[in-house]
Design a protein around this ligand. Sequence first.
Ligand SMILES: Cc1ncc(COP(=O)(O)O)c(C=O)c1O
Length: 356
Amino acid sequence: MDKHPFWSALASAAVPYIPGEQPRDRVFIKLNTNENPYGPSPRISADLLAKEPFQLYPEPTCYHLRKVIAEGYGLTEDEVFAGNGSDEVLGFAFGAFGDENHPFAFPDITYSFYPVWTDFWRTIPVQIVPLREDLSIDLKSFPDCDGVSVIANPNAPTGIALSAQVLKDYLAEHPNRLLIVDEAYVDFGAESMVPYIHEFPNLLVVQTFSKSRALAGLRLGFAMGQKELIDALIRIKDSFNSYTVSRLTQVCGALSFEDSAYFNETVSRIMHTREQAKADLRSLGFQVTDSKANFLWVLHPSVSGSDLYTALREEGILVRHFSAPALTDYLRITVGTDEEMEALKKALIKILEKTS
Ligand SMILES: Cc1ncc(COP(=O)(O)O)c(C=O)c1O
């Protein structure tokens, strides 16, 4: 625990999340933070800046944006909550639904922000559930008591997805547990739980504009669930900052959401590139999970994750390496353009030749 005489107990005890590197000094082929290589919808253009009355605060509830999302998904506006990136939405959800009487459970290998939030809100007991040997999430090992289960689907960093049927069975069997499904990567080939929101009062789905809609730099995420769940998120947000989503972000988010042609085209390009990259990496001897996300989770039997990370960096390619013991052998590689993945393959051939 770090300490300073002016720091509160909260600041002293915080164990912050460490985001992936955003290099300032050098241009890399950047395959380390699961950004989308194609950029956002072309409907987002510079003239939007001239049209917005930036002297005015944004609409605090993001009404128009929520309406567009709700219409797109067959929900009502009061079943949608928008926030400054899905990190903020998830962070609020941990505070809205977790305390000593509402313990959390999530897998041992998953998005590494989850334990940061349970620590930050301070009173949330946590049960960590091991993945199966094949690295899939085992919902049967989650506790039965009242509380909250959190999963990313597809999971990060493995990319492995559970089917909607498995999640529906879980929701029906555990009406006493809230299930938060973090669908940051769902658009790249997994089944969304949004169609089941009206069926299950114990389901909260969180999505982001950062990945499939290529708006990571704008910061926009949203949650969907029955009104009572959304109301709890609003209570937390309005006790913290009423204006978390800027005017520009609200406008761009709605434009991007409405452009389904561009969305479908770029998402299917990324999925196509991913399948090719899976095959290429397997042909180089890598073990590659069956990722349904815009990244690959790979392990080479003879070269360590950290050696590969360093060697790729020297070749001008940035990927993500995690130092946690369960993850250290692996690399997480974002799916870029076909050209970027070709450059990755060439660099890996060179590195593997040198080490054999
Ligand atoms: C599983 C998962 N959930 C949520 C997020 C947060 O995304 P954002 O805050 O950009 O919406 C990420 C970011 O990489 C992620 O991997």
